[in-house]
Design a protein around this ligand. Sequence first.
Ligand code: NAP
Length: 292
Amino acid sequence: MQLIDGKQTAADIKAEIAATVAKMVADGKRRPHLAAVLVGHDGGSETYVAAKVKACEECGFRSTLIRYESDVTEEELLKTVAQLNADDEIDGFIVQLPLPRHISEQAVIEAIDYRKDVDGFHPVNVGRMSIGLPCFVSATPAGIIELLRRYEIPTRGKRCVVLGRSNIVGKPVATLMMQKGYPGDATVTVCHSATENLSEITREADILIAAMGRPLSVTADMVKDGVVIIDVGTTRVPDASRKSGFRLRGDVDFDNVAPKCSFITPVPGGVGPMTIVSLMRNTLLAATHAIY
Ligand code: NAP
């Protein structure tokens, strides 16, 4: 069994991006600039945005954080989006989700200029991804694909089972795995809460991508020997032995499943670090006008 080290891979990619940025600056170009809009004080969102700002520093990017209280109106937020769209100094921006209930997330996402949509949530980017055109791929699926690429895991003709069909993980990663070329060319099955006989399907998987948010639910009897497992799940479960009072758990019963795997990602330290680094890669793409 080989562990897929997302933390190390993410550190390698950040160093590669920083080297590219240093060269851009030496050539007289300006640094890539990412803006983040954060509404309210949700603990998870605060943590994610702080991590994104820190990653910008590590990559040599400029970053700008725009904060609003949770009573900001949709109109005000859309005005900010329009300003960021028009600002030539900003290459890409994100509006951290979730937003308060009185604001339509879809309206905000669709207001973002798709050429600055480094989260890859705009329908133009989603549509382009599904027909294989240059686009911003959303961060978590892009990170998963990059791990498969960097570990040179064969995907062509392999049976890939994706557990979960959300718009941010399950659907896009399934689309990418069935795309022509490498990593892709897999035969993909997508499972969800209405799937019957889940274990029969997972037992056929050469590559299993678990993105359900159901801790430890993929057990050893559900997988075959030699399977490659990408565990996207990250659920906070209470743990009195930790200072924080919780620990992160993946969807996979790691201790019992790992011995059967050829490759597996840990939680934490697998997909998570790759998600933020994918946002950095997208920002670099935006700064070099690779998506137009
Ligand atoms: P989500 O929107 O809640 O989607 C969960 C999916 O799992 C749904 O499609 C659901 O089916 C399916 N599902 C639930 N129970 C199931 C079951 N018993 N059998 C088969 N499918 C089942 O979650 P998400 O946003 O995709 O996130 C999934 C997990 O990944 C979460 O733990 C999240 O925290 C984690 N995550 C991690 C990262 C990272 O960077 N590491 C990034 C994003 C998400 P239905 O559609 O039928 O409801």
